[in-house]
Design a protein around this ligand. Sequence first.
Ligand code: SDX
Length: 431
Amino acid sequence: MAETTRTATLTIDGQSFDLPIHSPSVGPDVIDITKLYGQAGVFTHDPGFTSTSACESSITYIDGIKGELLHRGYPIDQLAEKSHYLEVCYLLLYGELPSAAELEIFESTITRHTMIHEQMHNFFRGFRRDAHPMATMVGVVGAMSAFYHDSTDINDPRQREIASHRLIAKMPTIAAMAYKYSIGQPFVYPRNDLSYAANFLRMCFAVPAEEYVIDPVLERAMDRIFTLHADHEQNASTSTVRLASSSGANPFACIAAGIACLWGPAHGGANQACLEMLKEIGTVDRIPEYIARAKDKEDPFRLMGFGHRVYKNFDPRAKVMKQSADEVLDLLGVEDNPLLQVAKELERIALEDSYFADKKLFPNVDFYSGIILEAMGFPTSMFTPIFAVSRTVGWISQWKEQLADPAMKIGRPRQLYMGETLRDYVEIEDR
Ligand code: SDX
């Protein structure tokens, strides 16, 4: 972080405290409060971290007002159009787009790490068949630290790199195995002659009885979904990975923590919740009833797939996702898919309604991804696992960046304590 001469002055009960202001390469300035408690004996208070910068990062930049998302400076719409997921993985991990030779080596490395230890297959058989695939992924990814001891030493840069490659490579295999186990079909091994996206589709949908024919439109749509979900600044699950890593936990444990956080319906679980909401609405004529519920302060119902902590404009990923949705549904001849009709009408009504316009509630990345995944044949329970597969590169890139940050220390927030003050124990006979 560059030295600064600019300061913000905080005055408390007539006493003033100067706090350094740091300027980013783009975006809001930050007020450095690291020394505030030592100087003024006060904490800042920001539940949900709506106004808090938790770290210095160079990976992803989001402008919520403009609806802009940059990965290492490159806009997401250009990456979605011109790049592909493994190239974006290289960009997030190493900071620059790879040369042709660098990309070939990286893709070959990832491809040859896609199998998991054969003994890990036993883990799946310990779960009920109807276990949510996210539960399986949390368990199996956490258990990777019990199998890959040669890449758990976070102080060894080479082990950090091998762990990064293993996680990116093995997540699709684990997610596909969780799906196959849930439907009682045999596991399908990865193949080294397929792209990352094609391998995942085949591991999910191939059966021993016949070869699975990969449709290039679906392969492209799958790769684009992976690309669009790869990283997103300091979202809840990435912050979870950073906090877990700050204690020195091994990479597999940190990523398992990220998967657990992503599962929530307010975060990565929103794509599943959005599809279930569209199915519950069922027909276009029932949309007004749900719009009214979303506005009702007494009703906890929210329009899943709408709104975002940062974007107060259209989520740039949703725009690209919407284009993919049209392509996939057109290919599958389901452009009159009733769910898509409800989704498109819900989007139209919500965007015209002043409640949503005033609160800047636009469709987010989860609004259309679920429709595409449903059309591709995935059950809603697989939507968040697919998000986790994609986001692993973002989590691991942020994990690597934090470990290399000399300012990194264990994350240990404080609190506004509103409980009882000191009091003596009361014997049970006196209560
Ligand atoms: C992801 O952080 C990331 O970057 C996440 C993510 C990523 O890539 O990692 O982008 C992925 O998680 C996308 C978001 C997916 N979640 C959903 O679609 C679930 C539905 N959305 C909401 O739960 C909500 O919009 C959040 C959680 C996404 C954001 O919540 P905030 O920023 O805490 O906003 P808020 O809850 O304070 O809401 C502000 C106002 C409130 O009304 P008031 O109290 O001001 O009167 O807007 C209302 C809310 O009631 N509101 C909604 C709404 N979202 C917010 N009302 C109806 N429907 C909604 N979806």
